[in-house]
Design a binder for this molecule. Structure first.
Ligand SMILES: [Cu+2]
Length: 305
């Protein structure tokens, strides 16, 4: 039912169109059933009457009516659809850019104006128009948050766009809606829509780099191949872009695009064998890390708020 409760201005106009079309279809259905019932009752065969009923072949008035009515109905719906599409696609003044990139099997969000890169948990300001560009790093994905009221594909080699104005604060779940490989079903996302002040506070926190501390966990991270796939801003050697940016991992609610909650135990299990949690995942297992190193690594990653 979430699709019927849109929280974006664009989704609302699509949902309104849906209700209007449903009402038009319901009225037509009622009309057809009414006429059919009338005909069945009024023209039923009477006992003892074996003559043919009057034939309507060649009745141009009737034929005109049943050709013109559906044509006019479709013409009205066509105009409504064109107007709705124009509303949905209309450029928005002062729109903030946001880039969403699909990866097998997680989401990257880039806020170019704020120099922020986040993953899986999408934060958006309420009441601020967004100009969203959708791209893919590998195969076709589809960005679908039912309560946004519409969705858009992410296609390799091209940039799709989506105008969004979220009108209500809240948390809205979504997922990839285009089969994109083994873990397609675990390519979830969560949208957190906050009033602008709260959103700005989040952005400021996300824009900050990690402060290198030389802790054991930080060393373990840098001494392993983590750095060739993951970025932690602030650690010069950690600039990989194959996997999610981990600069603020500790502030996310889930790991692996929603597959498990972000708890120290789950993070430990994830790093030592992500395949067990998300079979097929494009991250190798680190099962040979000594337990003490693993503990230090987990503690370090969870401290990255
Ligand atoms: Cu996908």
């Amino acid at each position: 039912m979430e699709s019927f409760d849109p929280v974006t201005r664009q989704g609302l106009s699509i949902t309104n169109l849906f209700w209007l079309e449903l009402a038009i279809s319901a009225a037509l259905l009622a009309l057809v059933i009414g006429v059919l019932t009338y005909a069945l009752v009024h023209y039923r065969a009477r006992p003892g009457d074996n003559t043919d009923p009057p034939q309507i072949h060649g009745n141009s008035r009737l034929e005109l009516i049943w050709t013109a009515t559906p044509a006019a109905t479709l013409a009205v719906i066509f105009v409504l659809v064109v107007f709705t599409m124009r509303t949905v696609n209309a450029a928005q003044d002062n729109a903030q850019p946001l880039v969403i990139t699909g990866y097998q099997w997680w989401w990257q969000y880039t806020y170019p104006n704020q120099q922020v890169i986040a993953a899986n948990e999408l934060h958006v300001p309420v009441g601020v128009p967004l100009q969203v560009s959708l791209e893919s790093a590998d195969v076709i994905h589809s960005f679908h948050v039912p309560q946004f009221g519409w969705m858009q594909d992410l296609v390799p080699g091209r940039t799709n766009s989506m105008n969004i104005l979220v009108e209500r604060a809240g948390t809205f779940d979504g997922s990839c809606n285009q089969y994109c490989g083994l873990q397609h079903a675990w390519m979830r996302l969560r949208v957190v829509a906050d009033p602008p002040e709260q959103f700005n506070a989040w952005v400021q926190q996300q824009a900050a780099s990690a402060t290198p501390s030389g802790s054991r966990g930080e060393q373990v991270f840098q001494q392993n191949t983590c750095v060739s796939c993951h970025t932690i801003r602030g650690l010069p050697s950690a600039g990989g872009t194959v996997g999610p940016d981990l600069t603020h991992l500790g502030s996310r609610a889930t790991l692996g695009a929603g597959v498990v909650d972000n708890t120290p135990d789950n993070l430990r299990a994830w790093v030592s064998n992500p395949q067990q949690i998300k079979p097929g995942v494009l991250m190798p297992a680190f099962s040979s890390l000594p337990a003490s190193d693993l503990d230090a690594l987990v503690q370090y990653l969870e401290s990255l708020k």
